[in-house]
Ligand binder design. Structure first.
Ligand SMILES: Nc1ncnc2c1ncn2[C@@H]1O[C@H](COP(=O)(O)OP(=O)(O)O)[C@@H](O)[C@H]1O
Ligand SMILES: [Mg+2]
Length: 268
């Protein structure tokens, strides 16, 4: 199947998906109002007043921690607006190992809203580091408390349709895709000094021509006590997925050692 045919085929399969239904402004506002607190709504308005977001379109994805919207920027460009839920204390569970010992998170542990805002701003900063390191990620645009604004990654040229995850829409050239992702992992570590720490087929989008790594909230600096462990786990997880697709003869240990070596570190 050609690239376009594959794209059309994927599109057909997901056509009834609610994500593709565009909501009129008023309904959308109501929908947002039901999910988010007043302060979040004011912050959305603030971003609009500042001209960072010109228009808010429909929701494209809904996770346990955040809802992602499609929006339009001042120059007509597509934006992804990730809004973290602030009233879910659940969010904090399972996250301590990523923030423990990180001075940026001191004092925040007892205040869920503050913690979530700090998490959101951490995702923004990580995104910036990865972007500047040459990793293909959504270009970071702005952050305000629990709202993260970034480049919208669409499927081909279908505006407002988010590029699918590689788990649902695997790349055609497995080998090439795998090494592209490994190269991004390396660039993030060597040039950006960070490890994604939640890398898997659930956090890589496939536009049809590009692979884009998203969801950098869990990322840690290379001096984090678990950075190397996370680095190896990232390589292991992504390798496992591509091996299922038919990739062979890949040595996770070797890739891991090579990355450390290139960063001028050695394994203890
Ligand atoms: N920049 C983006 N462009 C398009 N879609 C996005 C973007 N960021 C996230 N999404 C969509 O939102 C979903 C959830 O985003 P993610 O950052 O992985 O949040 P979560 O913490 O809920 O896993 C993604 O699987 C994708 O469908
Ligand atoms: Mg995710």
């Amino acid at each position: 199947m050609s690239g376009i045919d594959r794209e059309v085929e994927y599109y057909e399969r997901t056509k009834v998906d609610k994500r593709l239904i565009k909501i009129k402004d008023e309904d959308l506002f109501k929908a947002i109002e039901e999910v988010f607190d007043h302060r979040t709504l004011l912050n959305v308005q603030k971003l609009m007043r500042k001209g960072i977001i010109k228009e808010l379109r429909g929701a494209v994805a809904q996770g346990k921690e955040a809802k992602v919207f499609w929006g339009i920027g001042p120059n007509g460009e597509d934006l992804a607006i990730k809004i973290f839920y602030v009233e879910t204390a659940d969010f904090i569970k399972g996250r301590y190992k990523y923030i423990e010992g990180d001075p940026r998170f001191e004092d925040l542990k007892r205040n869920p809203r503050k913690l979530i805002c700090a998490w959101c701003s951490k995702e923004f900063r990580n995104l910036k580091l990865a972007y500047e390191a040459g990793v293909r990620v959504p270009k970071p645009v702005a952050v305000l408390e629990n709202i993260l604004v970034m480049e919208f990654i669409s499927l081909g040229d279908k505006r407002g349709v988010p590029a699918p995850l590689i788990k649902d829409y695997p790349p055609e050239d497995i080998e090439k895709a795998y090494w592209t992702i490994i190269d991004y992992v390396k660039k993030a570590y060597v040039n950006g000094g960070i490890v994604h720490a939640d890398l898997s087929e659930y956090n890589v989008l496939n536009t049809g021509t590009e692979l884009v790594i998203i969801d950098w909230g869990s990322a840690v600096k290379n001096n984090h006590p678990l950075a190397k462990e996370f680095l190896k786990r990232d390589i292991t997880n992504i390798t496992r997925f591509f091996t299922k697709l038919g990739l062979s003869d890949v040595d996770v240990e070797e890739i891991y050692r090579e990355i450390l070596e290139e960063a001028g570190e050695s394994e203890e």
